[in-house]
Structures are given as C-alpha cells and as structure tokens.
Design a protein around this ligand. Structure first.
Ligand SMILES: Cc1ncc(COP(=O)(O)O)c(C=O)c1O
Length: 400
C-alpha cells in the first residue's frame, strides 16, 4: 500500500551526487552559510550538528553578552521539546508563555504581562512553517531590552511583513532535520548580525569538535535510503518499522554539540537552491487541503496572521479532541501521514515542570492545541487527489 509521509523533502539523484567528494573553490558549508545569512538578512551564519545544538550555542552567546545578569528565557508553551532542553543546556531557566490556539503564536496579552526584568530572551516557534506575530514580538523585546531568538527550525522560506522568518529579533536558527523545509537528516544554523554576539559565537564554534567521519558516512548512507523511501510507493515500508521511532517526541538534553559536516552541507546547499520551488509546492498543497476542508464541520485550519506567508512544512488543523483519535486512525489506515504532533503542552512535560515556576503551568491555549492539533502532509510527493480523499475520510470519521 502507498503511504504519504507526514513531512519531508524529495531528494534527487543530483542532490545525492553532492555526497561524492570533489575539489572545490570553497567548502560547501561556507557557501551554505552565506546563502542562509543573506536569506535571513543577517550578516553572518554558522552551521552546527543540529538545530538544538545551534540553539544551545546561541543561547550561551546571549548569556555571555548579557554577562550573566539575566537568566530567564521565555518560550512558547507549545513547541518542540528540544527548545526547553536547549535553554536548560545553556544554563538558563525556561519561562512558559501561553499561545493563542487559533494562530499558535505567543499570546501577546500574556507576553505583555510577563516580567521582563529577569528576562534574557524571548523565543518564537513558527511551527509547521506558520509565522508567529513576529513584528509584535520583536517590538515587545526591543521595548524591554530583551533579546529575541527567532526559531525558524520549521520555517525556512516563510515570511512575515515581507521579512524572512528566522531574520527577526537578535538572531535566528534553522534546522535541516528530516521533516524540515530542506533536509540532510541533521544539521542546523545560527544567523545573527550583532558584532559582540557574532564574536562570541565565532569564539564558541571555533572550539567545537568537527563532525566524526564515521558518523557523516552513516548519515550519508541514511540520506540515500531516505531519498528512495520518502516516495509514497516506498514509505509504507518505513511506516511498518516501529524501531525507527518515527514521530515519537521525547525530552532529551544530552545531544552532541559539534560542527556540521561539509559533505552534508553540499546536499543542503543543493536543496537550498530549490527552496523557492519546494515552498511553492508546499503552499499550493496546503491551500488545496484548506479549501477541501473549508466546509467540514468542526475542522479549523490554524489561522494565518494577516502579514504572514507560511512555508507549510505541514498543514496544522484543529479537530474536536474527542474525535482526534478516530480521525487520525482513519487517515493513517488509508495511507495518509496525519500526525498528532507534540503530545503535550510543555507545562505538562515532567522534565519541563521540574524547571519552571508553578505559575507558568497556567497554559490553557497550549493544552487546547495539544489535545486538538493534527498535521497533514504538504510535501511535493503528496498526490493531486489528497485533498478530496482527506475531506471524505474526515467526514467519514466524524460520522463514525
Ligand atoms: C521549533 C523547533 N525548534 C528547534 C528544533 C531543534 O532542531 P533539531 O531537530 O535540528 O535539533 C526543532 C526540531 O524539530 C523544532 O521543531
């Protein structure tokens, strides 16, 4: 049976050829970093082993820039569990700000009410490639002398008010993990401009270990398998292998922090060149799904803020909580990679509860999202008839 992967980036033979070593004018990583810095309208970019490694290095540099005077980092109460893990790994304290369940952006009223005096930084989420209220968050951060980390791990290619997501605030990060806008299965980047901060990131990254050759070779082999298996004709096989742990969300703060491989950077660079085409395909597929679901009762696509152009790594929709299991099961049984995304608000994740203050557990918006969200595939391998099939299957599941 065919199975449409929940997210992914088709990798062509020409991209895989990039894995073969060859003489070059400049290391591919340098070129990719230049592309990303220009993309984010920042002056510099650094490549790291993962997005969470990038976030940890950046937060440590924020901490050094503030000379340890401020220790709190405001993060959205519904985001990837790697975010609080990176804050803790940087020796800082996460504070949770609730989100608006309609848009997934930080709830601006809640943000206004947070104490900025101990706050080092505020972090965005831009989940599924849907931009948060970035100008408004940037304005709040500037007004209070708080640094802003624009987390574009899932949003390379999205824009807000005509500016690139990842380019707001003090600095941003991107990720090249497997479900992201472009992928080499792992990798991440920091983008920044502030000279003091850039010096600090330079200092820290120069001391990081290079990627291990054996690890790069193994990842390159997995990338070849990924390129072959992402197609719906093959993905059923991947789906049937539970030991791969796909889609599982765990809190882990013990990841390596290393530099990114130049070999993998050649593939990421090759995909970056096609970013506009990939984003256009995802936007088109997301629009068709939204249109197909328009009059399905109780199904609400996450609203786009007026200034936002999403990159749609996936299409997020809210469904009735009591029907979510049956909707997911119906879609998955029909070979459609619908997911429930992160299972909990961060305020209900035991490892995070141990780090936060009791008042930060009041996050009804994040809890509503955790119980209602469903994501649908938008990647270029999704077939033309997906929207009509999803519409019919969701109707069937709601009637069941
Ligand atoms: C919003 C967000 N931030 C940060 C990360 C960390 O990126 P990585 O998986 O490359 O470590 C992720 C990864 O899924 C993410 O979704």
């Amino acid at each position: 049976m065919t199975f449409i992967a929940p997210a992914g980036t088709p990798i062509r033979l020409a991209d895989l050829f990039q894995l073969i070593p060859r003489p070059a004018r400049a290391p591919a990583g340098d070129e990719l970093a230049q592309h990303l810095a220009a993309h984010a309208q920042h002056s510099q970019a650094w490549l790291l082993s993962t997005g969470r490694a990038a976030m940890t290095v950046l937060l440590r540099a924020f901490k050094a820039r503030a000379e340890g005077r401020r220790t709190d980092v405001i993060i959205p109460a519904y985001t990837c569990y790697s975010v609080p893990a990176a804050v803790a790994r940087a020796g800082l304290r996460p504070r949770l700000c609730d989100i608006d369940p309609r848009t997934l952006s930080l709830d601006l009223d809640r943000l206004q009410g947070m104490d900025p005096d101990r706050t080092l930084a505020v972090v965005t989420a831009n989940l599924y490639g849907v931009p948060n209220a970035l100008s408004e968050i940037e304005e709040w951060a500037q007004r209070h002398g708080v640094l802003m980390l624009d987390d574009a791990a899932q949003a390379l290619g999205a824009t807000y008010a005509g500016r690139p997501v990842g380019g707001f605030g003090t600095a941003g990060i991107y990720s090249f993990d497997k479900g992201k806008n472009i992928t080499s299965l792992e990798g991440g980047a920091i983008v920044a401009s502030d000279p003091v901060l850039c010096n600090e990131i330079d200092r820290v990254t120069a001391a990081l270990p290079p990627p291990r050759a054996g690890h790069t070779l193994f990842t390159a082999a997995k990338l070849v398998a990924y390129a072959m298996l992402l197609h719906p004709r093959a993905y059923g096989l991947v789906q049937a292998l539970p030991f791969l742990g796909l889609g599982r969300t765990i809190y882990d703060d013990s990841y390596p922090i290393a530099r990114y491989s130049h070999t993998l950077a050649r593939v990421a660079r090759s995909l970056y060149v096609r970013l506009a085409e990939l984003t256009a395909a995802r936007r088109h597929n997301a629009a068709a799904l939204r249109e197909a679901l328009r009059d399905v009762p109780d199904i609400e696509p996450i609203a786009l803020l007026p200034a936002a152009e999403a990159a749609y790594a996936r299409l997020p929709v809210l469904v009735p909580p009591e029907k979510r299991t049956v909707i997911l099961r119906t879609l998955q049984s029909a070979g459609i990679g619908a997911t429930a995304s992160y299972p909990n608000a961060l305020s209900d994740v035991p490892e995070v509860i141990a780090l936060i203050e009791p008042q930060d557990r009041d996050t009804p918006g994040a809890r509503e999202v955790a119980s209602r969200i469903m994501t649908l595939p938008t990647h270029p391998y999704t077939p033309m008839d997906l929207p009509a099939r999803v519409r019919q299957l969701v109707f069937d599941a709601l009637r069941a």
